[in-house]
Write a protein that binds this ligand. Sequence first.
Ligand SMILES: Nc1ncnc2c1ncn2[C@@H]1O[C@H](COP(=O)(O)OP(=O)(O)OP(=O)(O)O)[C@@H](O)[C@H]1O
Length: 277
Amino acid sequence: MSTSTLEVAHGGIPAGKEEIYAKEPVLSARKLVITFGRVVGLDGVDLDLYPGEVLAVIGDNGAGKSTLIKCLTGAYVPDSGEITLNGQPVHFKKPQDAREAGIETVYQQLAVIPALDIASNLYLAREERRPGPLGSVLRMLDKKGMEKRAGQSVQELGIQTIQNMGQAVETLSGGQRQAVAVARAAAFGSKVVVLDEPTAALGVKESGMVLDMVKQLRDKGLSIILISHNMPHVWEVADRIHIQRLGGRAGVITPQTHDMGEGVAIMTGAKRLEGSS
Ligand SMILES: Nc1ncnc2c1ncn2[C@@H]1O[C@H](COP(=O)(O)OP(=O)(O)OP(=O)(O)O)[C@@H](O)[C@H]1O
């Protein structure tokens, strides 16, 4: 059985997006297991992320969402199981390995430096030098170029509320900061962006801005994993929803086939998804 056939059996394919799901997944995990002493973090989890989709990961507290993401992004090394990126097995030992392979993660505690300006944050640890000997010999940074390109990526992502790339990140609103962190993750040729609770600390308007950005990145062809406890946000933006429960995958559903109540019922064990193991 091909992966996409398995997905159909499991929870369905979003209507109108059959083309995406006919392709190979960009990122796959099979039978991931990780234990912490006697605690089972993951109990043989499968996950598939397709090119150009938003896959939400939902689950109760302690269901294994963060642990799953950490295994996929090199922060934890699973005890057993297989992870493939574009069909090739990968063995990430540290987050940098995953980043270099094109998987960027934006954690709840944002990896932005408040005192630095937006352009510097976007180019953090990826600074560009000035062309010619000024850059190669004197190692001078191409600050103007970085500001210009930072401005372009921020504009492309439709973050109209940010006007000045020289503005310190500490002066931005929570949503704008989140937007800068997401823009940073998406700006450098990433294939997969993992967002851990990107709207947790945001108000309605700012959440809307971040969700719009997620949709835009998806429409540009990026694959996004979105961990969230906010069901309306998940149902608004996700193409498919991976439900974690007690360290395993309870099922994969779509916002078209299941409403929020059913999703929560599967998440809490009140309801079982037909066809799930
Ligand atoms: N480093 C660790 N050491 C020991 N136990 C851990 C560790 N990381 C995770 N766990 C355990 O693994 C299980 C899954 O935790 P995880 O943080 O992945 O859940 P979660 O679904 O992300 O929960 P939440 O929504 O509360 O963040 C929990 O029982 C947790 O206590």
